[in-house]
Write a protein that binds this ligand. Structure first.
Ligand code: AN7
Length: 379
């Protein structure tokens, strides 16, 4: 095989741990293999000694974790002869679906909530040639319509109710286990439909169960088991902690929310599609759910950008906002290894970022004195 060591995406890397045939035509964009970045300053902000990591899923090809699931869903859809895919979306799913449909050469239809999706995501869906329908309703209404439509027309749904989505997304847990050579003690995620928290749990369970003696025998298919990852020992699974935006927190209310609202538009979801699964994950893992105000979410987004050089979208910062609060309070004890998933890139939502900028942008005359004054003043 030419270019044997080139990374070509998570399906080829984890072929034997995913429900695909060896000779399947992979629809991929090199997704996965995202960095696990250790945060150095934020633990000091809360004055606690923890190993805190972010898994920066915003560095996937379309800028969110959705690509992990989408490469699987679209690969399977094409394999099964589909000519068109459809999804409802708060933005990232539509961006990802549109890109993978373009790659596959099939049609893509997306239903998005009118005026409530971040600008970058809309630009992506349009540029990749999706048919974009803004509905006068929210994500939950769109999801209901998509399900009804797919009963009547040859359309493959690529929302996370498509089981291949979760199969692709479980690989994020595999990657974390390979890098840490163990599972973290706590894994924190933002929760909307609750597909991703469910997928991660599947990944951790498979990591701890695969191979004999808890040894991960199939972690790396790139090197025929020669690399350090092949001996990663996984004898435990993390507690899974799901954080929601307070205005959109059905898991905290214990019931669906009919009129969800939050600045974190990606997780503006009141009727989570993986409700039962996520409750089971929380129970089995010994984890919990909690909620954050929009202000707490935006503050965490700024902290990450300002102190750590990591720019994620607001929804993603929910995981770090929650983790910091729980680390500070001791609910997540000192000495823990904590991974927070940053689900999407900050560039997705320039409007919310710029709205927070205050006087960060200064206008001056194009003259040395004016520019020098502005700069020297700030040294
Ligand atoms: C950045 O794009 O549901 O709990 O339609 O875009 O698995 O739903 C997005 C969800 C977190 C929540 N962070 O994940 C969609 C959509 C970001 C997101 C979530 C989403 P799930």
């Amino acid at each position: 095989m030419p270019f044997r060591h080139r990374y070509t995406g998570l399906i080829s890397k984890y072929l034997d741990r995913l429900p695909v045939q060896d000779d399947v035509r992979i629809i991929g964009l090199g997704e996965g293999n995202t960095p696990l970045i250790q945060l150095s300053k934020l633990p000091r902000v809360v004055a606690r000694d923890v190993d805190l990591f972010v898994k920066f899923e915003g560095l996937n090809p379309t800028g969110s974790f959705k690509d992990r699931g989408m490469t699987m869903a679209v690969t399977k859809a094409v394999d099964e002869g589909a000519k068109a895919i459809i999804c409802a979306s708060t933005g990232n799913t539509s961006a990802s679906a549109a890109a993978y449909a373009a790659r596959a050469g099939i049609a893509c239809f997306v239903l998005i909530p009118d005026g409530k999706i971040a600008l970058g995501k809309l630009a992506q869906a349009i540029m990749h040639g999706a048919q974009v329908l803004q509905i006068r309703g929210n994500f939950d209404a769109g999801m209901r319509l998509v399900k009804e439509l797919a009963e009547q027309a040859p359309l493959t749904i690529v929302n996370s109710i498509n089981p291949y989505r979760l199969q692709g997304q479980k690989t994020a847990a595999f990657e974390i286990v390979e890098e840490l050579e163990r599972a973290p003690d706590y894994h924190c995620l933002p929760v909307g439909n609750a597909g991703n928290i469910t997928a991660h749990w599947i990944g951790y369970c498979e990591s701890s169960g695969s191979g004999q003696d808890g040894r991960l025998t199939e972690a790396c298919t790139l090197c025929d088991g020669q690399c350090r990852f092949a001996s990663a020992v996984v004898d435990k699974r993390p507690r899974m902690v799901g954080y929601q935006a307070a205005g959109s927190a059905p898991f905290m209310r214990g019931a669906p929310v009919d009129d969800p609202d939050t600045v974190a538009t990606a997780i503006r979801i009141g009727h989570p599609q993986s409700w039962q699964q996520a409750l089971a994950v929380s129970r089995e893992s010994g984890g919990w759910f909690d909620e954050l105000s929009d202000e707490e979410i935006l503050q965490a987004q700024r902290l990450l950008a300002d102190h750590e050089g990591v720019f994620c979208e607001p929804a993603s910062a929910t995981s770090v906002a929650g983790a910091l609060r729980d680390i500070r309070s001791g609910r997540i004890p000192e000495g823990s290894t904590v991974v927070c998933t940053l689900t999407g890139h900050g560039l997705k939502d320039p409007d919310v970022a710029i709205a927070q900028a205050g006087d960060a942008v200064q206008t001056v005359d194009a003259e040395l004195e004016a520019v020098r004054g502005a700069i020297v003043d700030r040294l």
